[in-house]
Write a protein of this length. Structure first.
Length: 279
């Protein structure tokens, strides 16, 4: 073990989900999410990553015609085993009857265990969007339901649905997420029915529940595909929505009715169903 390690604190002014995606695609170690940002630790200097984040923020600012600020602060610290420090920062969490725990913690004796390797991909249950999606899954997914997890990420939502007895398909446009979903399924000794790289438009199946924990803009782009995947009486769970974009998203789902709304911090999860009166 080296005598020291580097800790990069990243603070962003907005669009935190886009920076999270950037880190998922860029860093090969796990990172910690904090309020308004992230912490990345490594035994090598993270100066290049800092530069890349600043360039990414600049590109976002130009693309979105708004100012997106990203402040990166690197410290060199004594290495008292930074891996142990990181592991201690990821604590088990209970969400409804689910108990989500990292690989190094013991499972629950009474709850439905979901074991996650936080280094694989975003989706440990601690973020409000993941937690709210799991709450919705706990309420609306029943045994033998057909479920589609769109933008599966770490696979935590699909794994939870499988453990409730559902037959689950999953897809993601990111090949790393597809790989991580399969790894976390193996970790939990469960099996997805189908997992593919690409969008939900690639399936002709109809599902009892479709869950999409992505970002507001993407939810508007794929609204037609998500609705096409629903059975007549199906349930659509939309998450990853900042409250300020809720009405924007809902404009693309006018033909559905809101069955439930889960708000946590600045995030909103919407549970929608087909409204026959609007059909």
């Amino acid at each position: 073990m080296q005598e020291s390690y580097y800790e990069l604190t990243i603070e962003v002014s907005s669009h935190i989900s886009l920076f999270r995606d950037f880190l998922n695609d860029t860093v090969d170690v796990g990172f910690e999410e904090i309020e308004n940002g992230f912490i990345v630790r490594n035994e090598e200097s993270l100066e290049t990553l800092s530069w890349g984040l600043e360039q990414f923020a600049s590109a976002l600012s130009k693309a979105l015609s708004t100012i997106v600020e990203c402040e990166c602060t690197e410290k060199k610290l004594k290495n008292n085993d930074w891996v142990e420090v990181y592991q201690k920062s990821i604590q088990p969490i209970q969400i409804e009857n689910f108990y989500i725990h990292p690989t190094w913690d013991a499972p629950s004796d009474t709850l439905i265990n979901i074991e996650i390797d936080p280094a694989l991909a975003f989706g440990t249950g601690h973020h409000p969007t993941t937690a709210s999606s799991l709450r919705a899954i706990a309420s609306f997914v029943k045994k033998d339901f057909k479920v589609l997890d769109v933008g599966c990420g770490s696979g935590i939502l699909g794994v939870g649905a499988i453990k409730l007895g559902a037959l689950v398909d999953a897809c993601d446009t990111d090949p790393v997420s597809v790989e991580n979903t399969l790894k976390n399924a193996e970790l939990n000794s469960v099996e997805f029915h189908k997992v593919w790289e690409g969008s939900c438009s690639l399936t002709d199946e109809k599902y009892d529940v479709v869950v999409a924990n992505i970002v507001a803009d993407v939810l508007t782009f794929i609204a037609k595909d998500l609705k096409n995947a629903l059975k007549k009486d199906g349930v659509l769970i939309l998450s990853g929505i900042l409250d300020k974009y809720e009405n924007k998203v809902l404009r693309f789902y006018k033909d559905l009715k809101i069955s439930k709304r889960i708000a946590q911090d600045e995030w909103v999860t919407l549970i929608l169903q087909k409204d026959e009166g609007l059909a």
